[in-house]
Write a protein that binds this ligand. Structure first.
Ligand code: IPM
Ligand code: MN
Length: 354
């Protein structure tokens, strides 16, 4: 008998429910094939729920979510809700209160996917960004004085703790070792300007590096990283960075791997409950049309299986996704796939069953 896992599902807003349905279809194909069970519990959270009830995420629901083996999230964001409310109240609240201190974002160009980078192919674009996920500018430290007056002062501080920085860097070294590709870890910072925060990052990085003699280390400023990601993406194996820089460079990463339709990520607490999501938003303009690409959500499902310990299932999903993209999809862009959202899910699931 295979293991059974409790999966909390938050389909969320916009195209979230459409892509999550395909993610579950594919997860079910993988669990049937590899003999484990996924028990889903649906949580109706997001913009619609907030508009209807005034509630974003209450403590009782949060406690239930924390008891799951993993959380599978679609998308959060509603055109009628002011930016910041749902992001902070739901997505960031979950990341922080579950202490998901790693945001793991693979950047991999699959065969058959168009990249905007000229002369670069799947061999050149294959790295992972490890983004610190609970501190930095996202910690919410700061405040406003004299709001709305000509003397207004707005302060938004970046919080970097030795503990937070070190656990993220350690995770990155371990990940680089296990990934076993080029065994190279690049720290992305801004040591020439942010001389307090990134001094802490750099010192910690160099100290921890001493315990990993098999890992080659490198450093680049965040602005330079943006240049190299475009010009020489093949230089990267694993990149570790803070919350804000990680947010920015992973959108760039998503674009060079073919766009939001394929980019997935994991919010990981290695000791607690982790959450997996496609990194694109709720895409209101595509909602309900059946044209959104579910591959990112399907790949978030693959990351989730790898995390809970179902490696064979995770790999089977990725292999099936690669076949679908190569053999069946015209493009990975929404509306240009030559297939509907559901057909993409069916196709990936059928390759798993083969
Ligand atoms: C992401 C998103 C979020 C972030 C937003 C929606 C709060 O952009 O997951 O990258 O900035 O982390
Ligand atoms: Mn982002």
């Amino acid at each position: 008998m295979g293991k059974s896992y409790k999966i909390a599902v938050i389909p969320g807003d916009g195209t979230g429910p459409e892509v999550i349905a395909e993610g579950i279809k594919v997860l079910d194909a993988a669990s049937a094939k590899f003999g484990f069970t996924l028990e889903y519990t649906n949580y109706d959270l997001g913009g619609k729920h907030y508009k209807a009830t005034g509630e974003i995420l209450d403590d009782e629901t949060l406690e239930k979510l924390k008891k799951a083996d993993a959380i599978f999230l679609g998308a959060i964001g509603h055109p009628d809700v002011k930016p910041g409310i749902l992001e902070k109240g739901l997505l960031l609240k979950l990341r922080f209160s579950c202490d998901q201190y790693i945001n793991l974002r693979p950047v991999r160009l699959y065969e058959g996917v168009n990249t905007p980078l000229k002369d670069k192919g799947p061999d050149d674009i294959d790295f992972t960004v490890i983004r610190e996920n609970t501190e930095g500018l996202y910690a919410g430290a700061g405040g406003v004085l004299k709001y709305g007056t000509p003397d207004e002062v707005a302060i938004q501080e970046s919080i970097n703790t030795r503990k937070g920085v070190e656990r993220c860097i350690r995770f990155a070294f371990e990940y680089t070792r296990q990934r076993n590709k080029h065994k190279k870890l690049t720290l992305c910072g801004k040591t020439n300007v942010l001389t307090y925060a990134f001094d802490l990052w750099e010192r910690t990085f160099n100290e921890v590096a001493g315990e990993y003699p098999d890992i080659q280390t490198d450093y680049a400023h965040v602005d330079a990283i943006c240049m190299w990601m475009v010009k020489n993406p093949e230089w990267f194996d694993v990149i570790v960075t803070d919350n804000m820089f990680g947010d920015i460079i992973t959108d760039l990463g998503a674009m060079i791997q073919g766009g939001m339709g394929v980019a997935a990520g994991g919010n990981i607490n290695p000791e607690g409950v982790s959450m997996f999501e496609p990194i694109g938003g709720s895409a209101p303009k595509y909602t309900g049309k059946g044209v959104i690409n579910p591959i990112a959500a399907i790949m978030a499902g693959s990351l989730m299986l790898a995390h809970i310990g179902e490696q064979a299932g995770a790999k089977a999903i990725e292999d099936a996704v690669m076949k679908t993209i190569k053999n069946d999809m015209k493009s990975v862009e929404a509306g240009k796939m030559g297939m509907s959202t559901t057909q993409v899910g069916d196709c990936v699931a059928s390759y798993i069953n083969d």
